[in-house]
Design a protein around this ligand. Structure first.
Ligand SMILES: Cc1cc2nc3c(=O)[nH]c(=O)nc-3n(C[C@H](O)[C@H](O)[C@H](O)COP(=O)(O)O)c2cc1C
Length: 304
């Protein structure tokens, strides 16, 4: 939806509205085209893409938890070639604002994917997932130390002119240092947060409920943690545009994340319960802003 109240800018990224869908919770977007108009949401983030197609982990890969869920899908995806050939053109035709979420085991893989995506028609930007807790190599390891983050982001930055979003790990020892490293190395925007490492066990057998052992916790259970982290990074790096993520389900959740410094938000786990939630949040935010004659961009960072 384009409304004079809703447009926001995150560095080089211009969005018609600040509501996006989070990677891994909205497929490639096309699966949702019957439920909502893909051009009505601010942006969509694809499932994490790798150089080659990837099968992910063995089932069971998800389990429900109090106010949330654990997942260890393990980054199953069709690979970058198929995405570029079969998915992106359809997304562009549907008028979607598309960010490709990408990952690799090695730095070179991220760099190659970023090169392959550069200049792809219909792509609004790239989100580097350096924070997936559900793979044995790569993933979160790049997000766990500021040095590794800086090295990877710097190499990808050299490989592409596309707007570069870096998705940080809430499991990193020092989130602010990770954020500083990513920005210093050329990240245009930071996304926070990815899932928190968690575990659930069958009390009868003692076996983990997820075959990978641990999984990433998401949903409303993590919201106060994510809000605190967005606030902390915004206070430390007020010039860094932030995408807030973590348990967002309602308009008040959106307003909360924007108040602590998020310029836009991504809706994740809530899509599984209500696939139309993001489009509804756009409409609700528009009505809320219109009623008060206030622009969404003026809602950013009001919390002291
Ligand atoms: C099933 C599932 C798959 C996910 N896959 C990815 C992924 O491929 N890449 C990524 O960066 N984040 C992935 N995430 C993390 C989400 O994008 C989001 O950061 C996280 O779930 C927190 O938001 P939420 O509480 O609204 O779900 C995944 C989350 C879930 C639940």
């Amino acid at each position: 939806m384009t409304s004079s109240y809703l447009s926001v800018a995150l560095g080089p990224v211009r969005l018609a509205n600040p509501i996006a869908t989070a990677s891994g919770t909205f497929g490639y977007g096309l699966e949702f085209a019957d439920v909502l108009d893909l051009s009505s949401i601010g942006a969509l983030f694809t499932k994490g893409l790798s150089l080659q197609p990837h099968e992910g982990n063995a089932p069971p890969r998800i389990c429900e938890t109090p106010s949330g869920m654990l997942n260890a899908i393990g980054l199953q995806n069709v690979g970058i070639e198929t995405f570029l050939r079969e998915k992106l053109p359809l997304l562009a035709a549907a008028g979607a604002t598309v960010f490709a979420n990408i990952w690799g085991d090695e730095e070179e893989e991220y760099v190659e994917i970023a090169r392959a995506l550069s200049g792809a028609p219909g792509l609004a930007g790239i989100e580097l997932n350096i924070s997936c807790p559900n793979v044995r190599k790569g993933g979160m390891l790049f997000g766990n130390s500021p040095e590794a983050t800086a090295s990877l982001v710097g190499k990808v930055r050299k490989a592409t002119d596309a707007p570069l979003v870096v998705k940080l790990s809430p499991n990193a020892p020092d989130l602010v240092e990770s954020a500083r490293a990513a920005r210093g190395a050329g990240a245009d925007v930071l996304s926070l947060v990815n899932t928190f490492v968690g575990m659930a066990v069958d009390p009868e057998t003692g076996a983990p409920r997820i075959s990978f052992g641990t999984g990433g916790l998401s949903g409303p259970a993590i919201r106060p943690l994510a809000v605190r982290m967005v606030h902390q990074v915004h206070r430390a790096l007020p010039d860094a545009p932030l995408w807030g993520i973590g348990g967002i389900e309602t308009l008040s959740d959106v307003l909360e994340f924007m108040a602590v410094g998020a310029s836009a938000v991504q809706v994740g786990t809530a899509n599984f319960r209500d696939p139309g939630v993001s489009a509804r949040l756009v409409r609700e935010l528009d009505a809320w802003c219109a009623e008060r004659s206030i622009a969404a961009r003026d809602l950013i960072g009001r919390t002291p």
